[in-house]
Design a protein around this ligand. Structure first.
Ligand SMILES: O=C(O)c1ccccc1NCC(=O)[C@H](O)[C@H](O)COP(=O)(O)O
Length: 213
């Protein structure tokens, strides 16, 4: 059974094309200015229009207000907003209802107790995303190439589908899926040569591994 992949932090047409050809199920665009992967709504729109039907387009935001979301979502068509900050359950629900869009809520994980934070979101969002908790000094809450103990997820069940994220790369993907039981994964740093610069070869390798799982 192949594992579904979200390729996150895309910035160029060529990287997007490799992700699409390699079989990505989701493609993510980051709207957080401090990130080396940040795009403006205009820059993202030029890429988003190239995404073929059936591949889900994700706008990654951090505690974005309605005006910011309006600007992003009117510049280009997205299928999901990924809330990667401290958005409450009420805020996640409000985004989903006001913008009539799917919502993915990132849940930061460092220890088993952190998983309990996911349950209250189940009725408010479409997907959960379990990512490593960013260190205090991190400049952004995601995309930090940090893994957590994947076995924490083993045997846990949620009423929403979920993605595993954090420090994944072609070399550890099989083990991460085996230990966590993930059916969908999200990757950014592990398919880059330097932060913000995607490696076409690494995107291809990651997707090839995912296809065989
Ligand atoms: O990627 C970023 O720079 C980023 C910045 C701010 C919020 C979220 C961000 N990324 C979200 C993602 O979905 C990443 O793919 C996820 O955190 C995993 O990242 P990595 O450990 O680098 O694979």
């Amino acid at each position: 059974m192949a594992v579904a992949v979200k390729i996150c932090g895309l910035k160029t047409e060529v990287a997007l094309a490799v992700a699409v050809q390699g079989g990505a199920s989701f493609v993510g665009f980051v709207f957080f200015p401090a990130s080396p992967r940040a795009l403006t709504p205009c820059e993202a729109a030029r890429l988003v229009v190239k995404v073929p039907p059936g591949i889900r387009r994700v706008a990654v935001v951090v505690d974005a207000d309605d005006l910011t979301l309006e600007t992003i979502l009117t510049a280009a068509p997205f299928d999901f907003v990924q809330c990667h900050g401290r958005e409450t359950v009420a805020r996640a629900r409000a985004i989903r209802e006001r913008f009539r869009i799917g919502v993915i809520k990132a849940v930061p994980v460092a220890e088993a107790a952190d998983l309990d934070a996911a349950a209250p979101y189940e009725d408010a969002v479409d997907w959960l995303l379990f990512d490593s908790r960013a260190p205090n000094q991190a400049r952004h809450p995601g995309g930090n190439a940090l893994a957590f103990d994947w076995s924490l997820l083993r045997g846990r069940a949620w009423r929403r589908p979920w993605l595993l994220a954090g420090g994944l790369h072609a070399g550890n993907l099989a083990e991460a899926v085996r230990l966590s039981g993930a059916a969908a994964v999200d990757v950014s740093s592990g398919i880059e040569d330097v932060p913000g610069e995607k490696s076409l070869a690494k995107i291809g390798q990651f997707l090839a591994v995912a296809k065989d799982l």
